[in-house]
Design a protein around this ligand. Structure first.
Ligand code: NAI
Ligand code: MG
Length: 500
């Protein structure tokens, strides 16, 4: 282990990163079959945090076999719903007892602000496991009023059973590592599925820590298996595996397409939460004291590494100068630095690759004629810090407006008339989120149905709640995370017909 960062880490975190981390298969912490490890890095310094077992095809095979056994003949599927609930509540309680440790580990591995990790990432992860823990005893089929016209005189009883889809492969990204883990595990476990989870190679640590809590919570062996590794090896092996019934993925639209194609060979059930280029739309009557800081946090929260970030900002001509000036003041006033200091509101991007990608987009914006109203540069000479950046006077043909940047970079576009809004908002291949900022309820009623996206926020942005389904339209994917709807994609419906 290298000594990284100037910040003193807690004893629990220091212990956790003091030796290479193993993977969780069938209730055991094991090395990879190949014996290989990979390193995870501190984005604030670029230093190695710790080595992690590198899963590949053979490890995935073992993990899937364990999950298969736990599903087909193991105790998980034969447990009563209330027993499964108790396991999940115990996990939520343990996550709560370890919330500070999880937050610190998340800040270290991802780079994000530790206080925000505690208040948002980890808190929502805990709340969501608890929300889902309440479901097992409440998942119900229905009784069906059958007619069967071609069997005159016969009596039938028809009903549906809701059953778990089986073994689920879950592939998650690095922007909200622990939260994504909870989003995926929650509905899978509540519905009675067993899981092989592959965390992102950039940020495996909190998933592995949650793995320890899963063991402590008393889940039977094989119910949750956690295999860190790369996408093109471990991820691809999981996607192609014939004994996996479903793949749940959050990540880039590009990889989502690869996974959907690979899953087609074995006709897996798939759910996809993909990229976005979400509009934030300030209407002429908006309260700018709310809309300006709101639009800033819509893009700068989590360094813009948010699938529903408000990355296209639409401002009426009449308010353009005022809004852009206000936004620049917010951007220029944000403290930049390591996420381990909670005062730093702009933290590093997750990796060198993401840093290069985002800097490349800023250059492209400059080359295509956008105004650099704020930011535009790197901060410091180590770590992956990008200044909060505002690109002004952008237009629909620019690459920065068309493609997901996934960094703290907002593209501001002018518009003339409110009637243009739906067309402007929908001028993208994506459809994940959108916000409108207005004081006029009739604007809300008119515009909301015309926006082709899975979430629409009014006078807020990026608000996610355990009770509220979240997911995409168009190339942002299909299937929902969170809310009751999240369960749907983990359940099969069996029709039963009894003739008497
Ligand atoms: P990615 O989509 O490559 O990675 C997400 C997950 O997919 C990781 O666990 C990765 O190991 C896995 N993966 C990659 N290739 C795979 C394959 N062939 N088969 C199975 N699994 C595979 O995202 P990446 O490369 O980290 O970021 C690229 C861009 O994706 C970002 O700039 C951003 O635009 C977008 N992105 C969107 C996210 C979202 O929340 N919707 C999250 C992360 C990235
Ligand atoms: Mg990738």
């Amino acid at each position: 282990m290298t000594s990284m960062n100037q910040y003193k880490l807690s004893e629990k975190v220091r212990n956790f990163i003091s030796s290479p981390r193993k993977m969780l298969i069938n209730g055991q912490w094991v090395n990879s079959v190949s014996g290989k490890n990979f390193n995870t890095h501190d984005p604030a310094t670029g230093d190695v945090i710790v080595a992690v077992a590198e899963g590949d095809k053979e490890d995935i095979n073992r993990a899937v076999a364990a999950a298969r056994k736990a599903f087909d003949d193991g105790p998980w599927s034969s447990m009563t719903p209330t027993e499964r609930e108790r396991c999940m509540y115990r996990l939520a309680d343990l996550m709560e007892q370890n919330a500070d440790t999880l937050s610190e580990l998340e800040a270290l591995d991802n780079g994000k602000n530790v206080a925000i990790a505690r208040a948002v990432d980890i808190q929502v992860a805990i709340d969501y496991i608890r929300y889902m823990a309440g479901w097992p005893s409440k998942i119900m089929g229905s009784t069906l009023p059958l007619s069967v016209p071609y069997a005159p005189g016969a009596k039938f009883l028809g009903y549906t059973l809701k059953e778990p889809v089986g073994v689920v492969g879950q592939i998650i990204p690095w922007n909200f590592p622990a939260l994504m883990c909870a989003w995926k595990l929650g509905p899978a476990l509540a519905s009675g599925c067993t899981v092989v989870l592959k965390p992102a190679e950039e940020t495996p640590l909190t998933a592995l820590y949650i793995g320890e809590l899963i063991c402590e919570a008393g889940f039977p062996e094989g119910v949750v298996n956690i295999v860190p590794g790369y996408g093109h090896t471990a991820g691809a092996a999981l996607t192609a595996h014939k004994d996996v019934d479903k793949i749940a993925f959050t990540g880039s639209t590009e990889v989502g397409k690869i996974i959907v194609k690979a899953a087609a060979d074995t006709m897996k059930n798939v759910s996809m939460e993909l990229g976005g280029k979400s509009p934030a739309i300030i209407l002429p009557d908006a309260d700018l004291s709310v809309a300006i800081p709101g639009a800033a946090s819509a893009i700068f929260f989590n360094q813009g590494q948010v699938c529903c970030a408000g990355s296209r900002l639409f401002v009426p001509d009449s308010l353009y100068d005022q809004v852009v000036k206000g936004l620049a003041e917010v951007a220029n006033g944000m403290k930049i630095g390591s996420g381990l200091n909670p005062e730093n509101m702009v933290n590093p991007l997750v990796s060198q690759i993401q840093f290069d990608r985002v800097m490349g987009y800023i250059e492209s914006g400059r080359a295509e004629g956008a105004d650099i109203v704020a930011g535009g540069g790197r901060r410091g000479d180590k770590g992956y810090f990008v200044e909060p950046t505002i690109l002004g006077n952008t237009n629909r043909d620019m690459k920065v407006v068309r493609e997901e940047i996934f960094g703290p970079v907002v593209c501001v576009q002018r518009y003339k008339d409110v009637s243009e809004i739906p067309k402007l908002a929908n001028d993208t291949i994506y459809g994940l989120g959108a916000s409108i900022w207005t004081r006029d309820i009739s604007n809300v009623v008119k515009i909301v149905p015309k926006i082709r996206s899975g979430s629409v926020w009014v006078n807020c942005h990026n608000v996610l709640d355990v009770a509220m389904p979240f997911g995409g339209y168009k190339q942002s994917g299909f299937g929902k995370d969170m809310g009751k709807e999240a369960l749907d994609s983990y359940l099969e419906t069996k029709s039963v017909c009894i003739m008497s």
